[in-house]
Design a protein around this ligand. Structure first.
Ligand code: ATP
Length: 231
């Protein structure tokens, strides 16, 4: 019961999925920002075990990505890592992850947090356009001036969606059961891709990843470079 209700309110759980290859300062800062802004009781990083969209990419081993994530979130209040995707065989589909969260936390409010560029590709995900009916989507701005693209995408793919000006939120159906919001977050111009590229060129990435993450990358430098070099 304690897990479901805190002080009579429904527990609010945020889910932040990604490959985290590697986790960077943008991920960390946005996690803290969203957890506070949405008053989430719990914010879970959910690393992808077998990312469907990144099959041909050079991805660090699961245990190592997990270690880097643990170092990045260490000491952050209400923020943790959920490794549930490692328990499933095959590709790590978000549909199954959201299904598992809903099953395990039937009374909770579940929020799925993702960057704008990921949201704009949602129609390429497995049953992507059904996902906002499984959790409230929270879209992070990643580049400036993405608002119009997001609005167009919502109107094209969710014809029943309406924007509620007071609540500053979209609702996907008239019964207001399924919300979707765009967060006015600070922009972080960082990506794991840029970090991998810089690291391979021997450039300084100390302002882009947490210090402990950098130390760990340095310790495993040879393998890290070998993996990131393979395409
Ligand atoms: P890559 O460059 O390898 O694609 P990434 O930096 O996008 O990696 P992911 O692990 O794929 O990192 O990201 C997990 C989630 O975080 C995704 O929803 C992504 O859109 C979002 N995200 C990552 N970096 C940012 C950022 N700088 N601003 C906003 N959202 C971000």
């Amino acid at each position: 019961m304690l897990e479901i209700f805190i002080k009579g309110k429904r527990v609010r759980i945020g889910i932040f999925g990604g490959t985290f290859n590697p986790v960077h300062n943008g991920h960390k800062a946005l996690a803290v920002y969203v957890q506070q802004k949405l008053s989430l009781d719990r914010f879970d990083f959910v690393p992808s075990y077998n990312a469907p969209h990144k099959e041909n990419m050079s991805i660090l081993p699961w245990e190592f990505r997990l270690r880097l994530l643990s170092l990045a979130v260490d000491g952050l209040e209400n923020i943790r890592i959920n490794t549930l995707e490692a328990n499933r065989l095959g590709k790590s589909y978000t549909e199954e992850t959201l299904g598992a969260y809903n099953k395990e936390n039937p009374q909770a409010e579940i929020f799925f947090v993702l960057g704008a560029e990921s949201f704009l590709a949602l129609d390429t995900w497995k049953n992507g356009l059904l996902l906002p009916f499984l959790a409230e989507f929270v879209i992070l701005q990643r580049f400036s001036e993405q608002d119009v693209a997001i609005k167009n995408f919502i109107e094209k793919n969710f014809p029943n969606a309406r924007y509620d000006k007071c609540e500053k939120k979209w609702y996907l159906s008239a019964d207001k059961k399924h919300g979707l919001q765009i967060v006015n977050n600070p922009l972080y111009e960082v990506s794991s891709t840029v970090i991998r590229e810089k690291y391979l060129k021997g450039e300084d990435i100390s302002s882009l990843v947490p210090e402990l993450v950098l130390n760990e990358l340095e310790q495993g430098q040879e393998s890290v470079k070998r993996i990131w070099q393979t395409i």
